[in-house]
Design a binder for this molecule. Structure first.
Ligand code: AVJ
Length: 321
């Protein structure tokens, strides 16, 4: 429901993740090394598994961010000011945005930008019920595409909200590009963003290799989804969840590793896997506070306040645009 904003480019309607999955899957499996974009994790089952991940004892991200949001809500309200219009990049949880909306002084509008129709409708229903005074304007779009300035009412204070360390799914240069676009969109306002921090690799490793196996199920659900939606016949028992921490790139990398030489049918094609060959399914980059602030400067923001927990697990940054 939005069009791109690049001058000279023809307006393009975003393709919901639900529709282009089989094509994207085939394309990713034809590349070397094989990969599938992490946005395809979030079908209904995957969204539910992610909820379960957020409640795992090892997965500190969500719980630490929620406690930071609660603890510092009045700081955010003071910095953001009255009558703000909030655009959220990706439809997060109603609980997370709810903390912010409840703390703000008469927020005028809330614009969740999300590519999955189901998640968007869910979120919108809950926010309209809980915050009847806020004008909720959902946008079914890929938040990585340039968003139109007309998202906001003329003269409104523009605030971006990007929680959950979703920015970690971008490489550093993709993150810089995304932030540069956000800085242009939010000019005169700012961005409140949650960023996971570099820490003891053992803590990071445990967060993506939980003992209950929920993250493994979340990763393998991509294959379940392929079997259902892309006429595939992946044998789940022959793909291992592998999620090491890459120290040099400061990121968790998730893979599905073929434990045997095998042929898999996907949308009418035969895809060959060598024994030990992997599909790269996600990267989750970690930052130091200084590192992230300098990235924000490169993108054209002025980093102001930053909040972190006593164990320095997670950070929330206020960047002025
Ligand atoms: C939602 C992208 C922040 O990278 O930690 C959780 C997704 N992947 N466990 C993350 C995820 C495996 C999560 N983000």
């Amino acid at each position: 429901m939005t069009s791109t904003h690049r001058t000279g480019a023809a307006p393009r309607r975003p393709i919901p993740a639900d529709i282009d999955f089989p094509d994207a899957l085939l394309e990713g499996l034809a590349t070397e090394p094989k990969r599938v974009a992490c946005k395809y994790f979030y079908d209904a089952v995957g969204a539910n598994l992610f909820q379960q991940i957020c409640e795992l004892p090892e997965y500190y991200l969500t719980r630490t961010e929620l406690s930071l949001l609660r603890r510092h809500a009045s700081d955010f309200a003071r910095l953001i000011g009255p009558h703000a219009e909030i655009v959220e990049f990706g439809a997060g949880s109603a609980e997370t945005i709810g903390i912010l909306l409840a703390a703000l002084d008469r927020p005028r509008a809330y614009v969740p930008v999300e590519i999955s129709n189901g998640s968007l409708l869910d979120l919108v229903g809950r926010i309209r019920a809980d915050h009847p005074a806020v004008d909720v304007r959902p946008l079914l779009a890929d938040f990585t595409a340039p968003l139109p300035q007309t998202l906001f009412s003329p003269g409104a204070r523009r605030i971006g909200f990007f929680p959950g360390s979703t920015i970690g799914n971008f490489t550093r240069s993709e993150a810089r590009d995304f932030l540069a676009g956000a800085a242009r969109l939010l000019k005169g306002g700012g961005l409140l963003i949650g960023v996971d921090l570099v820490k003891d690799p053992a803590v990071l490793h445990a967060a993506y290799n939980d003992s209950a196996g929920v993250t493994a199920a979340f990763n393998r659900n991509l294959l379940v989804r392929a079997n259902r939606e892309a006429a595939a016949n992946f044998d789940l028992a022959r793909f291992a969840h592998y999620a090491p921490y890459n120290v040099e790139k400061r990121r968790i990398e998730m893979y599905l590793v073929s434990t045997a030489a095998q042929l898999v049918r996907v949308a009418g094609r035969q895809i060959a896997f060598a024994e030990g060959e992997a599909i790269h399914t996600e990267s989750s980059h970690k930052y130091t506070i200084e590192d992230f602030r300098s990235l924000a400067v490169q993108a054209g923001f002025s980093p102001r306040a930053v909040w972190t927990d006593p164990d320095r697990l997670f950070s929330i940054h206020w960047l002025e645009a």
